[in-house]
Every structure is written in C-alpha cells, then in structure tokens.
Design a protein around this ligand. Structure first.
Ligand SMILES: [Zn+2]
Length: 636
C-alpha cells in the first residue's frame, strides 16, 4: 500500500511504501513493565549522564572552539565524537515528544545552539577537520568519519522534524546535507565514507522532507562502495565493505556496525526506488548471516581485532565481541526488512536482540554500559567507581564512559523511541510485534479506528492480554506475532482457546470495547542446542526462557571457581526458578595436572551434583563483577 504524508508521525523509519506501516510515538505508548522501567531510567539518568560526560571530556566544547576560531591540533576526542552529540540529540528529540519533559526540550535547544554556531557558511559541520590547526576537509575518508558524523546529524534532525517540526537543528542538518550533495554528488568527488551512516541518514532525511535528491545521494554512496573506492588498510577493504558491491555480497563481513548501517540504508534506498535487486541482496545477506554468524543472544561480531563478523560458524562465546551498537544496527536492518516485507522472522530477531543485547548494556542506574557483550566471562571484571573513562570495550563490568563511547548514546536513542517498534497497521488491521504494557490507537487507511490496551508481565509471565478499547465500525484483523521458540502457545478469544503456531496468529471480527484477546506464550525454561558446526560450543547446551537467554554466574555456584569445570545434566529439562531456571551441575576437572591434555577421557565426578541457578543474561554482573557463561558443557 502507498502511505500518506510523513509529517507529525514520530517514527525513526517511514518507508513511502510497504505492506505495513509503522505506528509511532503518537499512537503507541509503553506504560510500564520491562521496557517501561528501562525507558524511565534512560530518561531520568542516561541522557543527562551522556551530556555530562561529553561536556567533561571537551567533546561539546569542540563545537565552541570551531565557532570561536580557537581550534588547534590537540582536539580532545576521536574524530567521531561529534556523532555522540547527535545521537544524544536524537534521543532527546524522541524523549521530548514521548514524555513532554521540559529538560529534554531545553537540552535540545542548548545543544543545537552550540552546534549551529560551529557550522561553516557552506554547510560543512565538523570539529576535527577543516579549521585552524586541523587537517583539511575530507583528506582521510577511510578513517576521518566526517560523513559518518553528518549521517547521525541527519538522523537527529529526522527525529526533531517528526516530533516537533522544522527548527534550527533541522535547518543546520539541511545545510549539511546540501553540502554533502554538492561535494559528493554527480559531478563531484566520487568518494565514500569509511564508516557507513551518511547513507541511512540521507535516505530518511529525504523521506522526512519529501526530497528525493537526498535518497539519490544515498544511492550514489551505496553504489560507489565495493569497488576499492577507499584506500586499502591493514584490516583489508572488507573492514568497511569496500571489497564487494552490496548488490553482489552474500553475507555480512568486516566491521559489524559498518556492515549493518550500510544494509539498513540499502533497504531504505531499495524501497524508495522499487529496487528489488538491492532489497533481495540485503535479504540474502540477512539469511546467511543470521543462520551462520549470529550468537544465540542476537549479538553480531565475533572478532575483536576489527569489531567484525567472523567466518561462518566462528562464534566463540568467550571471544564474542557483540558490540552493543551492532545490536542496535541489527534492529535497524531487521525493522526495515520487516516494513518492506511483513515477514515476522525479522521482528523475532529484533525481540531476541532487544532482550539479550540492548537490555544487557545499561546498568540499573542508567549510568554505566556494556560495549562488548561476550557470552562467557572467565574472570570477574575489576569494579569501577564510575569516574574513569574505560580505555577498553571489554572489561567484564559496565563502564560509565568509554574512550570510544558509541554505545551509550546508541542505547539511549533506541530506548527513547522503542514504542515505535511495537506495532504496525495495514489495510485491514493491527499487528503487534513486541509485547509490553502499552496503549495503542491508530486509524486504518480507510478511516476505521483500532484501539487497544496491552496488559502483560512479559517476559516474566507469558500471558499477553490485548483489551480492545473502542467499538469497531466494521470487522478488522488483530495479528499477533508468535515467536519461533513458542511451541505450544495458545490464543484465547471470546471464551475459546486454540493453538497458536509460531509465526502469526490472527483474530478477525467486529470488536467491541472491552473484548480481550489473550496470547499465552510458554515461557518455561528450555534447553537450546547449537548447530554442531559451531565448534566453539559443540557439546554445550544453553538455557532460554521465553525471549531471554539465561546464564550461570559465579555468584550462584557453591564455589566461584566451579564455573570453569561445570558440566550440567541435560537428560531432562531445566526446572523453572523465579524468572530463571535450575539445572543439576557437576564438576569435571583433572586434579593437579601440570599439562591439560591426557590419554584418558575425563568423566564427571561421581557425586550427586549440585543445584545450578540460571538467570537472564541481561542481568549478569549487576550484583558485582562475576564470571559468567551462557553455553554449558552437557553430560548427556
Ligand atoms: Zn558501540
């Protein structure tokens, strides 16, 4: 179906066509529960935390120095630090609309004023290049991140445009986008940025403004990549996806966030231009990468050296990188693919990634974050007092801020607009994809109104009650996603209960206000076995409960050192245990060996075993530093 005007529809992604239309912040409001709690912390703590750190480290003052003509060669921060300010602005824009918080609005104004002053008369806006004491513009497209920064500025402007309308931030973004088009457009320099992001920013900015030339510039950048357009680097051109044109690639490779931002843009461009070849290329890459290069958590990227995808089946749990930003980027791609196709497998992966990557990152107080998300931590991290910048992405504890601090603002902007990932409509009804307590009210294209309130304790509890809140003038269809893991789910409607197989279950009728449809998802714990080709976890089993991957922490073992030697009994099923699971464990280690290899095959010691409690992976290291593992060697 073709969709209407884009104004005043607060969503991060709004394709001009597609089988379903996303509902935005004006139509869906999360009212509490698992995600509502996290949104509240994000609003109350994380946004101010990010601004405070950027001020403290001089990343905000970088804009003042450009404006005041006092730049020098000793600029604080990495070349991409401007993008953190823009991602914070995007989060603030969503938050200002979502809650009407006066502080969010005043933060937008004060940050925008400082950014606007730093813009050059021709629209160029960057605090690292092109001013006194700095390298000239665009001398280092491989690593300079200038266009990357601009892409995040455009995404922030999209959020502002759709929540507020045109203002100074939008005007700054428009001048910056025009500068990019003049410099890199047809007849201009045939360059691309070493970090994709400008493409996804331009495509959505073009949609939000109804200006096709920005989408066209995104297409140009996409089609230029993959031909050795950038200089070679020690990590190779696959690092920034300049090794193979995106239309020809079969799988995601290289730096995970780069690969995923690029694919998100490719879906946008493909949809706007009706370019099925390009859309099919991304779908193909998603299929293979999800089938062979994705962790059970939904995490992506198994190599630390380049924050990148490994080869097929290369998914070591202890060396999993799984950058939080790659989780955000994976959601960006899957959501766009869902909007382009209506396929619920994409929203299934979004759920997995939300609960196991995004929810893992922020600390309970919203002031510390995981960057890397390994599935096995052998040594507890060193406690942090929250005052230092972590030089490393991986440390086993959440850090207040990082030297490269991309993840906190990425989590912040995602949580601030999470309501817009819950539901869609089509010509005949409402589709629910993620289950959270929320209220929904939307108009279908023919004017019929659909309105409902979702009540649920999910994922702790598997019952999802959808209470219709307005009488229908004519029948409409309520569609509910049934996760792939939810064998045995049931749907109860009008007093009758029926099976609901994984995929989508629907109810079509003329609903009356007060009608309740209940989806019961079986969230009891279950064992999950890996494909034997994933060598690093062969012989191991994981425990999942609903959408949550569980883990064992050293805190919960009779002796902390047992985690290395733990073998669990997988002959039955895991027992339910207050939001987690309980299994029987034994210790299997070779006592006193000075050489860890021997002719005899080790056996589990003959004791009766001990109880091993598993808790959600996203909750790990919240009770202090711990050793932890998701994949557990199984004795049978
Ligand atoms: Zn990151």
């Amino acid at each position: 179906m073709t969709q209407g005007p884009t104004a005043a529809h607060p969503v991060p992604v709004l394709p001009s066509r597609g089988p379903v239309r996303p509902l935005g912040l004006a139509q869906v409001s999360i009212t509490g529960g698992f995600w509502g709690d996290r949104q509240a912390v994000n609003a109350a703590a994380t946004l101010a935390h990010c601004e405070t750190w950027m001020e403290r480290l001089g990343w905000l003052a970088n804009f003042d120095r450009v404006a005041d003509g006092t730049t020098a060669s000793d600029r604080p921060g990495w070349p991409f630090s401007d993008s953190e300010v823009y991602k914070l602005l995007e989060a603030l824009a969503w938050e200002s609309f979502r809650t009407g918080e006066a502080e969010a609005e005043s933060a937008i104004k004060r940050l925008t004023a400082r950014i606007a002053r730093a813009q050059d008369p021709d629209g160029y806006l960057n605090t690292c290049f092109g001013h006194g004491g700095q390298p000239p513009r665009y001398v280092d497209l491989e690593q300079g991140h200038e266009l990357y920064n601009t892409g995040h500025l455009l995404q922030a402007a999209v959020a502002r445009l759709r929540t507020h309308g045109e203002d100074e931030l939008v005007r700054v973004a428009r001048r910056a986008a025009d500068h990019v088009c003049r410099t890199f457009g047809p007849g201009g320099r045939a360059g691309i940025c070493g970090h994709p992001e400008i493409e996804v920013g331009l495509a959505e900015f073009g949609r939000a403004l109804g200006e096709a030339r920005y989408v066209e510039q995104a297409r140009l950048f996409l089609d230029r990549r993959g031909h050795g357009t950038l200089g070679d680097i020690p990590l190779g051109r696959a690092y920034f996806q300049d090794d193979v044109p995106i239309r020809q690639a079969d799988v995601w490779r290289g730096h995970a966030v780069r690969a995923l931002y690029l694919s998100a843009a490719a879906v946008d461009v493909a949809v706007e231009r009706g370019d099925d070849e390009l859309l099919d290329a991304v779908r193909r890459q998603w299929e293979r990468s999800v089938a062979r290069r994705t962790y059970i958590t939904g995490g992506m990227g198994s190599r630390h050296q380049d924050e990148g995808f490994g080869e097929d089946w290369e998914l070591p749990p202890d060396r999993a990188y799984c950058e939080t930003c790659a989780g955000v980027a994976s959601i960006m791609v899957s959501w766009r693919l869902h909007l382009a196709t209506g396929d619920v497998r994409y929203t299934d992966l979004i759920e997995r990634t939300l609960y196991n990557v995004i929810a893992s990152s922020p600390a309970d107080d919203g002031r510390a974050f995981f960057y890397a998300n390994p599935l096995h931590q052998r040594t507890p991290g060193r406690p942090s007092d929250g005052t230092e910048v972590s030089p490393r992405a991986e440390s086993g504890v959440r850090a207040a801020w990082f030297d490269v601090s991309c993840c906190p603002t990425n989590v912040a902007r995602t949580l601030a607009v999470l309501d817009a990932y819950l539901a869609t409509t089509d010509g005949d009804g409402l589709q629910l994809h993620q289950y959270a307590p929320c209220v929904i009210a939307a108009d279908l294209p023919d004017g019929r109104r659909v309105a409902a309130q979702v009540e649920t304790g999910y994922p702790a509890d598997g019952a999802v009650h959808v209470r219709i809140t307005e009488d229908a003038s004519a029948p409409w269809t309520l569609s509910l996603r049934v996760p792939a893991w939810a064998e045995g789910a049931t749907l109860t409607d009008d007093g009758r209960t029926r099976p609901a197989a994984p995929g989508t279950v629907t109810v079509r009728r003329a609903f009356r206000a007060g009608d309740v449809v209940t989806l019961d998802l079986p969230v009891r714990p279950r064992f999950t076995w890996p494909d034997p080709r994933i060598d690093a976890v062969r012989g191991c089993v994981a425990v999942e409960r609903g959408p949550e991957v569980l883990c064992v922490e050293s805190h919960d073992l009779p002796a902390p050192g047992l985690l290395d030697a733990l073998v669990i009994d997988a002959s039955g099923g895991p027992a339910a245990d207050a939001g987690g699971a309980l299994v029987t464990g034994r210790s299997r280690a070779r006592a006193g060996a000075g050489w860890p290899y021997a002719a005899a095959r080790p056996d589990a010691s003959g004791d009766d075993g001990f109880d091993v409690r598993l808790r959600p992976y996203h909750a790990w290291a919240r009770r202090g530093p711990s050793a932890m593992r998701v994949w557990l060697p199984a004795s049978s």
